[in-house]
Structure formats: C-alpha cells, structure tokens
Design a protein. Sequence first.
Length: 325
Amino acid sequence: MVAETWQRIFARWGWTVTTVAGEGRVDHVLPGLALGASEPPLMDHVADALVGADLVVVENLCTIPLNLPAARVVARVLAGRPAILHHHDPAWQRAAHAAVTELPPTDRAWRHVTINRLTELQMRDRGIDATTIYNGFDLDRPAGDRTITRAALGVAAAERLLLHPVRAIPRKDVPAAVALAEELHATYWLVGPAEDGYDAELARVLAKARCRVIHRASPGSMDDAYAAADAVAFPSTWEGFGNPPIEAAIHRRPVAVGPYPVAAELRALGFRWFDPALPKTLDAFLRHPDGALHDHNEALASRHFGLQRVRDDLACLLHEAGWMR
C-alpha cells in the first residue's frame, strides 16, 4: 500500500516509474530479491534493471534481514547513486533479527526515510540521519456496504460485530481481541490468515472463545468490512505504524488500540481511542454513540495522514536532496 502510494505520487509529478521485485506483477522480476531465494541476484542483473533510473526507492529490503544477501547486492549497486531507503522494520525492533547489525547500509548519496519518529530517533542513535514520512491514506474511500456485507457474513442487524483487520500472528494479540469481543457481547471477526506458524495457536484461541467467531476475508472490500463493523479491535503489542486505527477514523468507527510504542506517538496527535483493557468504556460508547468523537478523529486523520501531506513531505525531501525536477 505505501509503495503504491509513492508510485502514484511520482507518476503525478511526471516521473516514469519502473518497478523491480523478486516476484509479482512488476516491470522487472529478479528472483534473487524474493523472500527465501536460494541465491541473491547478480549485481549486473540489478544494475541492468536500474538503467536510466534517476532515483531508486528501496522498500524495506535494506532494513529487515529477510534476504540479507540481496540487501548487500543492492547496496553495492546503489553506492554513490541517488536513492531513498524506505524503512519499515529495522532489525533491532525484532527479537529474531536483533543480532543483525549491518542493516541499514548507508551512503552519502542516499536519504533514509522512516514511517515513524521512534525509528527515526533510533537511527539517529546509530549515526544515521533519517526523515519521517508517515503513511498516507485516501480520504475519499467509498463508504462501503454495511447491509450486503453483514448479510454475506450471516450477521443479524442487531448483532454487534467487532472487526480485527489483521493477519493472525503473535504480535497482533488475537487473544486480547477475542477477550474484548467477549466483554462486548460481540461477534469477533478476524479477516486475515494465520502466518508465521501461528495456525495451531490460533485454532486453540478461537476454539476457546466465549463469543461467536468469524474467520474469513471480507466478502467485499475492506471498505465494506469497516462499514459492516460496529467497532474495530487493534490490541497489537508491536507495529511499525499500524494502519487500522487511521482507517477506523476515516470510516468513522470506534477503535480499541493496544499499547504498542508507535501507538503512543500517534495518540499524541490527539486521537481519541479506546483501551482494549477497559471494555466498559467502549461498551458505553456503542450504547450511546457520540458523533463528535468521529468528527474529531476523522479531522485528525485528514490533517496528518492524507495523501497531500505525503506529497508535501516527499517533495520537501526531494528538494532538499536536489532531486526534484
């Protein structure tokens, strides 16, 4: 989503955007860039894919060591060339990768961009200057179809529906979301699949749930999913950013947000979110909704996370580096 947003911005400015990845629908497929690749790409192949590029944006490859050999190759090819290293998940923020200290690489010709100020400060502590550009969101999303989506899910008109719009992995804290649904006497709806070996634990958690459980993707779009929901659960213990609280604001849904560090950074902007550990406050709101809360959160989302703000921040970065046409 973030990469696509940047692509659209560059295209709007008149840049020709060429995409390169290890797999998928891109202009240049270099299998050695893919997760789990047995061999990294050859330097010549990477260089050939970047011929004619005035600027290269590297999305997280040189940040989290999921394909460390490929990151090394790309860093060597980009030495001395204008590049933006866009950082989502630094190695030191994941216990499994904390021993890896060679990422991110750096070069005087490059600029580093983080998606939160926490990471920006952590990079500064490591001698790397970075700029934070928060994720951007389309503020003109379709409203979504509540009636059709709830009917497709088999959810009654008077039934409370708590949406958990995440993949099922440990840090998303599915047990806390289920517990919140139980306290709210709501149906728990998890839209994402189990990943990272979480299948058995997820099955155990859902089997013990004392509430109705729906585990399936949205029958329509995610706009429809938010429209169908009465509230949103996001009790994560760690997120590099965490899009659902902002999406909930755009869709005017109350959201219960966990105490992950970047949430505190976003909450400091003034968002009024509920605490998953205090279900009675969310229950009271659902019984007596207050449109002023939605007006407040929606206005903050528009001010801080609209696409125009991303365009402005990115333009400032390019001007400072001397790269803006």
